[in-house]
Design a protein around this ligand. Structure first.
Ligand code: C5P
Length: 220
């Protein structure tokens, strides 16, 4: 039977890496596959949500019923997210590059006898934190934390620092990038809940179900 538990809800999802140009042929990016974010978008759409998926470059198809907005850089991702508001919820699963080149070169940077070039980096906007501080803040904002050390301590601090409602923390030491399975903990205002290892599809379903429960308990 079709599930309409998120019917009428607009949900923004970010996914994939961002790609920051250094020059016309080189870039700064990361290993995000987009799998977890795409699985979440698919699962929310299956429950009837109107899903806007703002995505960096990935090789997975757009899930049925999902509106994808393709972006490259963190700044483009932020602009697309702000343009997608208002939203009832925002799920920030993208692996946003923390830095970009201060001034990408207009032409290909050449190898010279002077040795390697020095790259001046500047910080990118934090999309999750910006959405949390927005006057049009979605009622539910969910962040992700990929940690290699002190996973729970870092995740608790990150939830507070970013100002999100829920934070999904995972230990990325055992190569979660591009993998199909994931072991996460969900942190909300009442504490930490450890989930067993499962498929990213199941992590997505379980999160979507929790989001549906959140909205079922809210009046608007
Ligand atoms: O600070 P850190 O990158 O570990 O935070 C991860 C969380 O913040 C993820 O939800 C990610 O999508 C989000 N994020 C963001 N914009 C950034 C950096 C991280 O939205 N510039």
């Amino acid at each position: 039977t079709p599930d309409h538990s998120l019917q009428g809800r607009h949900i923004l999802v970010t996914a994939g890496p961002t790609v920051e140009p250094l020059d016309p042929v080189r870039f700064l990016s990361n290993h995000s596959s987009g799998r977890q974010g795409y699985a979440i978008a698919a699962s929310l759409a299956q429950r009837g949500a109107d899903v806007t998926l703002v995505s960096g470059p990935v090789t997975i198809p757009v899930p049925p019923g999902v509106r994808r907005i393709a972006v490259q850089t963190a700044r483009e991702m932020l602009t697309a997210c702000e343009a997608a508001l208002p939203a009832d919820a925002a799920i920030c699963a993208a692996a946003v590059s923390d830095w970009r080149a201060k001034q990408p070169a207009a032409g290909k940077i050449k190898k010279t006898a002077d040795g390697p070039p020095s790259l001046e980096l500047v910080e990118n906007p934090d999309i999750l934190a910006t959405l949390c501080r927005s006057t049009r803040r979605p009622s539910l904002v969910v962040g992700f934390a990929a940690e290699t050390d002190d996973v729970l301590d870092n995740a608790l601090a990150k939830r507070a620092r970013k100002g999100c409602d829920w934070l999904v923390a995972n230990d990325v030491r055992q190569g979660v990038f591009g993998a199909t399975r994931n072991t996460v903990s969900l942190i909300d205002e009442s504490g930490v809940q450890g989930w067993p290892e499962m498929d990213k599809m199941h992590v997505a379903d379980r999160l979507a179900e929790r989001i549906a429960t959140f909205f079922a308990g809210s009046s608007s």
